[in-house]
Design a protein. Structure first.
Length: 307
């Protein structure tokens, strides 16, 4: 059976832990796994602009012995003259895996339904699961564990990052607190899924409009840009609405004294995070960005072995 990774819970908690441990091992011994020797080709498709995703997958595929085939959808037939299903049937006969950074989750589901090779969601409007593998790897490197820790996410919580933080962190045995203004809180179905994992580990999920309550006692504090791609017209409105959710030194001070800060980047200093926090000694954003490489390599190795 072909395994795909379209959302965080496409792995079990045990498999997630296995991938994170492999990522840490690959960081220490970068070329120990070579599933794409040949070189075999992996298609990496972009509907959206990218820096970290493009670089980390291209380098990671090469590290694993393969060749990345970077496809910008604007110069392909995908979704225009050719359906997603037909594109999948073309690609599966020539590549080992398909990585897609796109908009609608339904497109990834259609691609996976028509592909006999693994399909990886490198970002969609609903989920950002590869980012969370890197984030959880970063947390485990710092604390030696994920279970029993508390993660707080503040800002716009009705987006892909909040969804993945909720589910993936709960899968890793963490308590999760999410804080956002009314109207920007997470979808209840996502909250319910996260609670099912949290209950299993004896942890809790808290959804609140109070950012100080969310951050209180946290081991990890995370945020994301308030203005994602396609929301530029709302920038001024959002800057006012989310002002009290900015991760400043004052807000960060409500977390534990050894708490760390994460941000998937790009970051906008003075908006969702202050320069003092993101450039400060407890920020792990550059380690987190590097870990996209190692976590995604571990994921591709896992999918190659289990498909």
């Amino acid at each position: 059976m072909t395994r795909h990774f379209l959302k965080d819970s496409d792995l079990t908690p045990q498999e997630q832990a296995e991938v994170i441990d492999l990522a840490i091992a690959l960081k220490a011994d970068r070329f120990r796994e070579r599933p794409f020797d040949g070189p075999k080709t992996v298609a990496v498709i972009f509907d959206k602009t990218s820096t970290r995703t493009r670089v980390s997958f291209a380098v990671g595929i090469a590290d694993l012995g393969g060749m990345p085939l970077i496809i910008d959808s604007g110069v392909s037939q995908l979704g225009k003259k050719e359906s997603v299903a037909d594109t999948a049937k073309v690609l599966e006969r020539q590549v080992e895996q398909i990585v897609w950074r796109t908009y609608a989750q339904s497109g990834l589901e259609e691609m996976a339904a028509n592909s006999t090779v693994p399909v990886i969601n490198s970002l969609s409007d609903d989920w950002h699961p590869c980012q969370l593998l890197a984030d959880l790897m970063t947390v485990k490197e710092r604390f030696g564990k994920t279970k029993g820790l508390k993660l707080a996410y503040v800002g716009d919580a009705n987006n892909n990052m909040a969804n993945s933080y909720l589910v993936a962190s709960a899968m890793a045995g963490m308590s999760v607190s999410i804080s956002a203004p009314e109207g920007y809180l997470p979808n209840q179905k996502v909250v319910d899924e996260a609670k099912s994992f949290a209950d299993h580990f004896g942890q809790e999920i808290v959804i609140t409009t109070d950012p100080k309550l969310a951050v209180s006692g946290a081991d990890v504090v995370a945020t994301d840009t308030w203005v994602s791609m396609g929301m530029e017209a709302e920038a001024e409105k959002r800057a006012k609405l989310f002002a009290s959710y900015s991760v400043t030194e004052e807000l960060f001070g409500h977390a534990n004294s050894d708490a760390v800060f994460l941000h998937c980047l790009p970051a906008y200093r003075g908006f969702e995070v202050s320069s003092e926090v993101i450039d400060g000694p407890r920020s792990l954003v550059w380690q987190e960005a590097e870990n996209r490489l190692h976590a995604q390599k571990a994921l591709m190795v896992f999918l190659a072995k289990h498909s």
